[in-house]
Design a protein around this ligand. Structure first.
Ligand SMILES: *Cc1c(COP(=O)(O)O)cnc(C)c1O
Length: 361
């Protein structure tokens, strides 16, 4: 290796993102509840669109994503010109950091916030700043107090992953209004569809010049494997992001599948209702065996244990039973396990196994 060839400062400090585990050695039929995937997969209409896209494989995809943006705009009553589509919302987060933060700039996110905020901030050479939460919930006062003249981006997920908690529209608006003039508030709405009657904060995006929203097809749409996300924001900001977006960042298959998925809101509503029912059942079942959780607004439950040791021992036990959940020590929650709300059989299996574990001790 040539010593003169070196990455930009800070790149080697980035810790590699660890995805949710998918396998346990020696166990054949595992239930994967570690990545907040929709247990029912995508809608049939999305699958049909995916299959049909095979006939277009030799064609370059559209560079402006007009059809998908139009479908999203009609569904959510938005201005299609202010939508940008990306390779997962991860790519939109990446664009925001690349375009708006660099060396000397600060990027804020909360104590138990999504790891991609930190990774993207560091990739841009900016300084990541972790801000304390209150009882595993975003603390607007703490975020406002952490702002400086170097703050360029403030990320919050609402509902948040991995806590499942959310803050009110009034609190989000107070945060947006209180930021210094050079800072953008990014509302990560990866789980917004799981909240009944929630506009995800889009009315705030419409009202403010400094608020951007990110959304994804990876969660309720059941398309995590295909990698599609989108962002919505003020025209000036979206125009900036489009300058650094690769012209062919999304394939025909991604675009056409996502378009069919967003047009099938009946399926989204069905998944939302089923998730709410099973989430409630799971949280109660866990509480009954002495494992509490905060009221989750998303498609997972953050199970709290008495100690890091107990959480790790429970995770080991569950893996032995073929049940994969997520350790969240990297989210500063070493005494917790994040459990995705699966189908009914998976919820019953996990509740039973955690009960067995608690009884075994
Ligand atoms: C899962 C998740 C996303 C989605 O990322 P994609 O790149 O769209 O798959 C974004 N933000 C949070 C907080 C998430 O948990």
């Amino acid at each position: 290796m040539n010593d003169a060839i070196r990455p930009q400062p800070g790149i080697m400090d980035i810790a590699l993102y660890q995805g949710g585990k998918a396998h346990v050695s020696g166990v054949a039929n595992v239930v994967k509840l570690s990545s907040n995937e929709n247990p029912f997969g995508p809608s049939d209409k999305a699958k049909e669109a995916f299959a049909k896209s095979v006939h277009q494989l030799h064609r370059y995809p559209s560079t402006d994503h007009a059809a998908l943006r139009q479908a999203i705009a009609e569904t959510h009553r938005l201005d299609a010109g202010r939508i940008i589509c990306g390779v997962g919302s991860d790519e939109i987060i990446h664009f925001l950091c690349q375009a708006y933060a660099g060396p000397g700039d600060e990027v804020l996110y909360t104590e138990h916030g999504f790891l991609m905020y930190k990774i993207s901030a560091m990739a841009a050479g900016a300084t990541p700043v972790e801000v304390a939460e209150r009882e595993r919930t975003t603390d607007v006062d703490a975020l406002l107090a952490a702002c400086t003249e170097r703050t360029k981006l403030v990320f919050i997920a609402n509902p948040n992953n991995p806590t499942g908690t959310m803050i009110s529209a009034g609190e989000v608006a107070r945060l947006a209004r209180g930021l210094p003039p050079q800072a953008i508030l990014v509302l990560d709405g990866a789980y917004a569809e799981y909240v009944e009657g929630f506009d995800a904060g889009l009315s705030l995006v419409e009202a403010m010049p400094n608020v951007v929203m990110t959304r994804t097809f990876s969660k309720i749409y059941g398309l995590g494997g295909l990698r599609i996300g989108w962002g919505y924001g003020p025209q000036a900001i979206i125009d900036v992001l489009n300058r650094i977006r690769g012209p062919f960042n999304l394939s025909n298959t991604q675009l056409e599948t996502a378009e069919a998925a967003v047009r099938d809101q009946d399926y989204v509503a069905k998944c939302r209702a089923e998730n709410a029912r099973l989430r409630h059942w799971l949280a109660e079942a866990l509480a009954e065996v002495g494992v509490p959780s905060d009221t989750s607004m998303a498609n997972f439950v953050l199970a709290r244990f008495a100690s890091t040791e107990e959480a790790e021992a429970c995770d080991d036990y569950l893996q032995g039973q073929g049940l994969i959940v997520r350790r969240v020590a990297s989210y500063n929650l070493p005494h917790c396990l994040r459990i995705t709300v699966g189908d009914e059989a998976s919820c019953r299996r996990i509740a039973y196994a955690v009960g067995q574990f608690k009884g075994l001790k």
